[in-house]
Ligand binder design. Structure first.
Ligand code: PLP
Length: 409
């Protein structure tokens, strides 16, 4: 008899986005002439940079000739031309020394943040912020690192660290012992960033307790303030305890192209049950090259073009479009009397619902009265109740119109 992996049965049914979809469809059916604007999506709307498009066209032409054709890349870890650009421009330029063989190119930070847990023992205790990007939690549920879910939507054995207005949405290291710590800065969904001092506390905690930090920096390109770290490796000692995830999705509009990378430092150790230190980098390399066969040459050529002077200028222009949206959302809603967080170093705005309304109640009010779709904060965790998330990824026209409707609420 074939048995099912019962860990999957513990997963809370996909609730948030299907429920949003259901409510939006019902509203549109009842109001066919209403122009609904989505400020809920986490997808980009601006096209790829011309430098990326040109590089991809060139790469396609290379694939048409035997002398420039490319097959499998270097064991699936990424072509050297791309890893070199990553090491130089994303790390060395910010004072962090990362080796070529510490970089693993992939098809997304979602798969990377989801897959990385495989190399760690199933008895490890996982810590996540609340609210949280759900992938960190669900992939650990699938792996069997949790108990069942309770009525608050929280899994037994996961340590939830509330990210609230009181702690500036940056949780402190917990009292109890944890082993796998997921941190995401700039944060989805709160838009919060962590200072060097805050990240140093985490790195020191991980070094003291022999824990690992899984640092999701998918939104680092949106950091505007000069003193905010873009990489965990800007913190001394981080290479001993941290893995970092990056993505071209939001940085360069690659959500539909698919390219990302992880950094697994040579200095990072995990331990056997009897306390023997083991290098994580070769284990991840083994895992990555066994289950993944590389990102297409055309895609990697496009990603490398992001690092050229023209590519850098063009992706900055696109990020500026989104961050101009974010500033407008933040300033307009603040003027209207809302309590607004995020949106300064991140494309997400975390808005306190007015008059203590529940997340879903305010979602419904926005949909019904302003024809604007947001994402209820409660969908990202119990501590997200009383908030909604707005994204700055819409077109400037739609963002302006949505804000005019907010003003009339
Ligand atoms: N990490 C965070 C925090 C995200 O919000 C997202 C996308 O929404 C991802 C990772 C996924 O990135 P990718 O498109 O590279 O899979």
């Amino acid at each position: 008899m074939i048995q099912v992996n019962e860990n999957f049965l513990k997963l809370r049914a996909g609730y948030l986005f299907p429920e949003i979809g259901r409510r939006v469809r019902a509203f549109k059916a009842a109001n066919p002439n209403a122009k609904v604007i989505s400020m809920g999506i986490g997808d980009v709307t601006q096209p790829l940079a011309p430098a990326v498009i040109e590089a991809m066209h060139r790469a396609v032409d290379e694939m048409a000739r035997p002398e420039t054709f490319h097959g499998y890349d270097d064991g699936g870890v990424g072509y050297e031309f791309l890893r070199k650009a990553i090491v130089e421009d994303d790390f060395k330029a910010r004072g962090a020394e990362i080796d070529l063989d510490e970089v693993f190119v992939s098809d997304g930070a979602k798969p990377d943040t989801g897959n990385m847990q495989e190399v760690f023992g199933v008895d490890n205790v996982v810590a996540v912020a609340d609210p949280v990007y759900p992938v960190y939690v669900d992939t650990n549920v699938m792996a069997g690192r949790t108990g069942p879910v309770n009525e608050r939507g929280q899994y037994e054995r996961i340590v939830y660290m509330p990210a609230t207005a009181d702690n500036g949405f940056v949780p402190q290291p917990p009292e109890q012992s944890v082993d796998m710590i997921y941190l995401c800065f700039p944060n989805n969904p709160t838009g919060a960033v962590a200072t060097k001092a805050e990240l140093t506390q985490w790195v020191d905690y991980a070094r003291r307790t022999k824990a690992v930090i899984l640092f999701d920096a998918a939104y680092e390109a949106f950091i505007a303030e000069p003193d905010i770290p873009h990489s965990i490796y800007e913190i001394e000692g981080a290479k001993e305890v941290a893995i970092e995830f990056r993505s071209f999705s939001k940085t360069a509009g690659f959500t539909g192209v698919r390219c990302a990378y992880s950094v697994v430092p040579q200095a990072l150790k995990a331990y056997t049950k009897d306390g023997r230190a083991v290098d994580v980098n070769p284990i991840w390399k083994r895992r990555h090259c066994t289950k993944f066969n590389g990102v297409s040459y055309v895609t990697q050529a496009g990603a490398a073009a992001v690092y050229t002077p023209a590519g850098q200028k063009q992706i900055r222009q696109t990020i500026d479009v989104y961050m101009t949206n974010a500033t407008l959302i933040r300033e307009t809603l603040t003027k209207l009397g809302y309590e607004v967080h995020g949106g300064a170093n991140a494309p997400y705005i975390w808005l306190r619902t007015p008059d203590g309304m529940g997340s879903w109640d305010f979602f419904d009010r926005l949909l019904q009265q302003a024809h604007v779709v947001a994402t209820p904060g409660a969908g990202f965790g119990a501590a997200g109740e009383g908030y909604i998330r707005l994204t700055a990824f819409g077109t400037p026209e739609n963002v302006k119109e949505a804000l005019e409707r907010f003003a009339k609420l």
